[in-house]
Ligand binder design. Structure first.
Ligand code: XMP
Length: 520
């Protein structure tokens, strides 16, 4: 990897912390360009005038296990300001004559730090009580203050929680200012980059778009790339980014499983093929999916059948394109953190998620994952920058297995048709009443239960429709959305009166946990 020599930047040297990308994100949010490079790859000869500050990240290492990490010591002798975070703080201390030892009290979680002296790094950081809550995650700690350093703040267990060598512009913090649990943590980062490094704002979502397009071109050259387009936010943004980067070398495959939301396939073809002029291969596999799912009611079986068939169909069409070298995927940063399994502990499997992650191994394709360092909100901003419509960008998440997992019991075409209508009415009403964007995800489900009703003078015996609407940060936990009575009453009437096959509507008031967002 070579560093961009033209743009002024903050260089983040990564020692393997799970939070390194968060540091980069915070710097991006402050409107400044930053680059991450592994401690194994950076040499002093890479340090150029464009580097206005260096951040040494945290990491799982011990400063005395020098065989496990490499760091060119000359890097700290260039007169560039340095901020060491956690492990970075320890290595900066050691290199300046301080000592690090294993702490008697491992500190994980929140701790209070106390202000000891004024410093540029903590300008407007401390609250009125001069005690801030910070997020600690370390076993080792600095035990002897390095030469010519002063203590800026201490915690009960970390005497040297913030230290500085003002003349050299070296700063060390034992805690993680980049995580949101640290009260006012972003101030530490902004003080470092603006007040100490003196860098000017030079980064926007437009710059990010240009950089990502450049990166994709560098990675794939003139090779063909294939992408499974679902019409969801992530795959739409990836497809449009690649479309801008490599145009007709990108082939998008859109599989209509028959389990999509009403008219979704029409919208995808309209947007991506007609409007954005992409190479879009539209595969109508409705019948194939329905056939394979006939008489299946077990949720996990449904998921497996859909996932496997999807891959089979995708492979079938990929082969037709010939000489494809890359597969583009909308992996986001949170997916990356989760898959790294930081603690190494095995979490129990709740549901088999359907995605195209199983593809490259079999198809021997290299992955293109241009969004892998972005968070969802950043992806949405990027999508707008790429001229995707707000409709696409603000869509609620939709699971790969689609309506199949919103229809407990066996799947039939009749049930699919009923469900598509109910879901359409619900989502449309949310949009019409300005509620859609207040809700993280909403949908209608069809329960395999028939109940008695009365319409006019007639007895009815029809299905039960369940509505779910939740608020959430990231889908890991969720709470149900509290509708006002007139809205929920109106939508219930509308569904029952307009759709043949439903005569009762219920609203799901469970949170996650103990429930999950989807029914299956
Ligand atoms: P659960 O039901 O696990 O859902 O609480 C959490 C979030 O994940 C979505 N979901 C999926 N997304 N493939 C996906 O791409 C899947 O197989 C899948 N299953 C659930 C769900 O819609 C919610 O946003």
């Amino acid at each position: 990897m070579s560093l961009d020599k033209n743009l002024n930047k903050i260089l983040i040297i990564d020692f393997g912390s799970q939070f390194t990308q968060l540091i980069a994100r915070r710097i991006r949010e402050l409107g400044v360009f930053s680059e991450i490079i592994s401690h194994k790859k950076i040499k002093n000869t890479d340090i150029s005038h464009s580097i206005k500050g260096i951040i040494l990240s945290g990491g799982p290492l011990n400063v005395y296990e020098i065989n496990k990490y490499s760091f060119d010591k000359k890097i700290i002798e260039n007169g560039i300001p340095i901020l060491g975070i956690c492990f970075g703080h320890q290595i900066l201390s050691k290199l300046n004559g301080g000592k690090v030892k294993q702490s008697k009290h491992r500190e994980f979680g929140l701790a209070n730090i106390d202000k000891k002296k004024d410093s540029l790094i903590t300008k407007n950081f401390f609250n009125k009580k001069r005690i801030n809550k910070v997020w600690m995650s370390h076993a080792d700690q600095v035990s002897k203050l390095p030469k010519n350093f002063n203590v800026v703040a201490s915690s009960r267990n970390s005497k040297y929680a913030i230290i500085e060598n003002k003349k050299k512009r070296f700063y060390g913090v034992q805690f993680h200012p980049e995580v949101t649990h640290t009260e006012n943590g972003k101030k530490i980062i902004s003080n470092f980059i603006f007040l100490i490094c003196g860098i000017k704002r030079n980064w926007s979502s437009k710059d990010q778009k240009i950089q990502l397009i450049k990166d994709v071109r560098n990675q794939v050259g003139t090779n063909k790339v294939i992408c499974a387009l679902s019409g969801g936010v992530d795959s739409s943004v990836v497809a449009q980014l690649l479309n801008k980067a490599i145009g007709k070398k990108l082939y998008c495959v859109f599989v209509n499983t028959g389990l999509l939301r009403k008219d979704e396939e029409k919208q995808v073809v309209e947007t991506f093929k007609k409007k954005l002029k992409m190479n879009l291969i539209y595969v109508n596999a409705e019948k194939e999916f329905l056939k394979k799912l006939a008489n299946i009611s077990d949720p996990e079986k449904k998921r497996k059948i859909i996932g496997n068939l999807f891959i089979k169909i995708f492979e079938r069409y990929a082969k037709k394109i010939k000489d494809v070298k890359f597969l583009a995927q909308g992996t986001l940063y949170p997916d990356l953190i989760e898959s790294k399994s930081v603690t190494g502990s095995q979490t129990s499997k709740i549901k088999s998620h359907h995605n195209v992650g199983g593809l490259p191994k079999k198809m021997k394709l290299k992955l293109v994952e241009p969004l892998k360092f972005l968070f969802k909100d950043e992806v949405r901003k990027l999508g707008l920058e790429l001229n995707l419509s707000r409709d696409i960008i603000s869509r609620h998440p939709f699971p790969g297995p689609g309506l199949a997992i919103r229809m407990p019991g066996v799947i039939t075409q009749k049930k699919i048709n009923i469900l598509k209508e109910a879901d359409y009415y619900f989502i449309q009403a949310l949009k019409d009443h300005g509620l859609y964007n207040k809700i993280w995800q909403a949908y209608a489900a069809l329960l395999p239960v028939k109940t008695v009703g009365v319409m006019g003078d007639n007895r009815t015996y029809e299905y039960l429709c369940l509505l779910r609407a939740i608020t959430s940060e990231d889908g890991m936990t969720a709470d149900f959305y509290e509708f006002k009575k007139p809205f929920i009453q109106m939508i219930s009437n509308k569904i029952v009166n307009s759709i043949r096959g439903i005569n009762r509507v219920v609203y799901d008031i469970t949170s996650k946990p103990p429930s999950t967002i989807e029914l299956e």
